[in-house]
Design a protein around this ligand. Sequence first.
Ligand SMILES: [Zn+2]
Ligand SMILES: [Zn+2]
Length: 214
Amino acid sequence: MRYRIVPVTRFRQNCSLLWCPDSLQAAVVDPGGDLDLIQAAIAEEGVAVEKILITHGHADHAGGAAELSQRLGVPIEGPHLDDTFLIEAMAKQAARTGLSEARGFTPSRWLDEGETVRIGQLNLAVLHCPGHTPGHIVFHHAASKMAVVGDVLFRGSIGRCDGPRGDHMQLVNAIRGKLWPLGSDTEFIPGHGDMSTFAWERASNAYVCDFVEY
Ligand SMILES: [Zn+2]
Ligand SMILES: [Zn+2]
């Protein structure tokens, strides 16, 4: 799997363009805004976007999905159904965050644990990792040992859990119970900030390293 990260919105959210090197079919994960930047990256890489994938319903990740879906004529897949309340409240989120372009949508397909999404010849597994939001999902491409984790895990930190229906222990359990078993050599693209590996986080992340007990 090939990828390119395009930080978008004033929250510097890591929108990522993922593509299959054989077919050049691509997916845009979390187009929170700055759609012109995203479309410029698509054109530069010369890939054909076939779908939009959403990790969770926060405006900085999902706020541009409706508009990009319209512009490109492609479906939206994800997040998990439990983030419906956030997507329905997109206008309120937009007002609170200043992301005034953010719009709600109904995805073509809600995603759940154990399902697969295709990008060209690539199959990505879907993991349901609630805690930051109840319907947060993670995409994993086993063959390239890579995960796109949204606001579940960051380099040196984890997602905030003080929002509506956030749950700290649920998040910690999802990270340890679902992400770590994917393998320490897994590299991940977080929703904000630099990339990292599960090995690095297990050794040094103050919230979820192997030395922290709850
Ligand atoms: Zn978030
Ligand atoms: Zn975020």
